[in-house]
Design a protein around this ligand. Sequence first.
Ligand code: ATP
Length: 361
Amino acid sequence: MARNRYEVALLPGDGIGLEVTDAAVAVLTDAAEQHGVTLSYATYDAGAAYYRVSGEAISAASMSALGEADAVLLGAMGLPDVRYPDGTEIAPQIDVREHYGLFASLRPCRLFPGVPTRVRAEAVDMLIIRELTEGLFAGRHDPAEPSDERASDRLTITRATSEKLFEVAFAQAKRRRRLHGTPGHVTLLDKANVLRSNAFLRKLFDEAAARHPDVATARLYIDAGAMMLVTNPERFDVVVTENIFGDITSEIAAGVVGGLGVAPSGDVSETHGVFQPSHGTAPDIAGRGVANPVAAILSAAMLLDWIAERHGDPRCAGAAASIRTATGAVLARGPRTRDLGGDAGTLEVTRAIRTALAAGA
Ligand code: ATP
């Protein structure tokens, strides 16, 4: 049911996460107002800077409060010089993922006119869907073999998670076809010729494909698929794959469409969604006002799409579309940040997107 007000939890985090979250919230608020939607925000401390002062990466109270919000907008988290005692990075975003069972990471990769790319491609508009909770990552907490001679990890694929993942993929293909006129096509990337776990994944994909006969499908081995993402990216619509292949594939696809500064993402379950730029905290440029806010702003548009779908609220879908149109207009004519060959700062680009939004393009 559509509501008068939706609650958005903010986790700005560290480094440029703070700068791009401010930018995204400004654009999100404008777009929502323009379409008659009221958003309320609650900001939570989490990340490396918070760990330094509090000794925890995210508090239990904040973790449970996130679940009460309609959606979460996250900046970026982690700093190179702040670590847990075991030497690993402070990454409460992974705790959030695990806590809320966010099993699918959605990474739209669309080439906007005006964005420099190294590949010869024109109409790239694909959605990479990465499984987030299984694969090699599921076994990473197992005790290591007590040997200095070998180490191994276990790759796990389950029917339950894969079925949910493929349902998301087919639903997204249909949704994109309905809203954006994309072909409605799902490609599975796997290594079914070598890995038993991946042969199982392919079998489950075939079963899912049979449940959705109106969506065309393809199956590619990950090695061939990785090359094709670079040589023929316009051939893909929805791409679905397991955890580690998705980790790599989504960065390849982000590179194809202009880099991390323009790559949004959303980690979702059936009930919760966390939206964040694909980039990290970029300590090399943090605090200088030069970060590209586009990835965070497009993540905010995804957040609105998520609320629109869950609540059947077309106003939110309209606000998301307006953000994408305004962002596309600014990417095409400038100003652009330095990662895209321009010389503008975060505020200037954000201001231009807000102006384009107000003007209706
Ligand atoms: P993480 O491990 O958290 O992903 P990382 O150091 O591998 O972090 P990023 O923090 O994303 O990766 O930074 C990688 C490079 O991309 C850096 O040189 C950074 O300055 C650049 N970069 C990342 N995001 C942006 C952005 N929004 N605007 C401009 N440059 C960016």
